[in-house]
Design a protein around this ligand. Structure first.
Ligand SMILES: [Zn+2]
Length: 237
């Protein structure tokens, strides 16, 4: 991973974009979490036009675990919770553009709520090679509010479900509500995860030191494409 750029102090950067819904607003109280399909398509096009490299989750994990390089201007598109609209609207845009996306699933809720993804949809998206999945806990609880045992149950249950479903190790975990503290975080690694994703804003300097969870750039409704570009390049507006 050492090369001229890192030797001279210029580190690579990884923007992890945080989305929830892509689709028409179906819940006015949660409006800010809905990105219209048209805006999502424009954002994905901008990523390509401006020469950013949209990575798969596996590429980010590989770079972290084995110290391989990532290109400068790297982006990971993440969507939290596993909403049905991710399948209906984000997935077709990923297919059309060839830009990969990552969905963090609350595994005990998946397939149990008509507003969320079914396991068949998860499988179909995974098989396309354009959609990766990782853990968002089992039941989307604020881990900070739970006992150590309950936290560990949330972490291991969801890891096990995904590993059995996909037949491969799952090493990325995203905190529901971004609720993490110095008690919760070590339990995540103890459960076998290697990379954790929070909700604090910013870009990640690479190679990643892991002193804190990966920072994300928040994408919200009612933001212009210029706002989005600032998020992408600065991690904040
Ligand atoms: Zn969530």
């Amino acid at each position: 991973m050492w090369n001229l750029k890192t030797l001279f102090g210029k580190k690579y950067k990884l923007a992890v974009l945080m989305y929830h819904h892509v689709g028409p607003v179906t819940d006015e109280n949660e409006r800010k979490y809905f990105i219209s399909p048209d805006m999502f398509a424009r954002q994905v096009s901008l990523i390509k036009e401006k020469g950013f490299h949209a990575l798969t989750l596996e590429e980010v994990e590989e770079a972290f675990l084995h110290g391989t390089e990532i290109p400068d201007k790297s982006v990971l598109i993440t969507l939290d919770d596993g909403w049905l609209d991710n399948y209906e609207y984000a997935y077709p845009i990923a297919k059309e553009s060839g830009v990969p996306i990552t969905i963090f699933l609350s595994t005990a809720l998946t397939g149990c709520d008509p507003e969320l993804l079914s396991w068949e949809q998860v499988r179909e998206m995974r098989e396309s090679g354009l959609v990766s999945f990782a853990s968002h806990g089992a039941t989307h609880k604020r881990l900070r509010n739970l006992s150590d045992n309950d936290i560990t149950a949330e972490l291991t249950q969801s890891k096990q479900t995904l590993e059995e479903f996909f037949g491969k190790p799952v090493v990325s975990f995203c905190y529901p509500f971004g609720a993490v503290d110095s008690r919760v975080r070590p339990l995540v690694f103890k459960a076998g995860y290697k990379l954790d994703y929070g909700t604090r804003k910013g870009l990640n300097r690479w190679p990643w030191t892991q002193r804190k969870p990966l920072l994300r750039a928040h994408v919200f409704n009612d933001e212009s494409l210029e706002d989005f570009f600032r998020e992408l390049t600065r991690g904040r507006k």
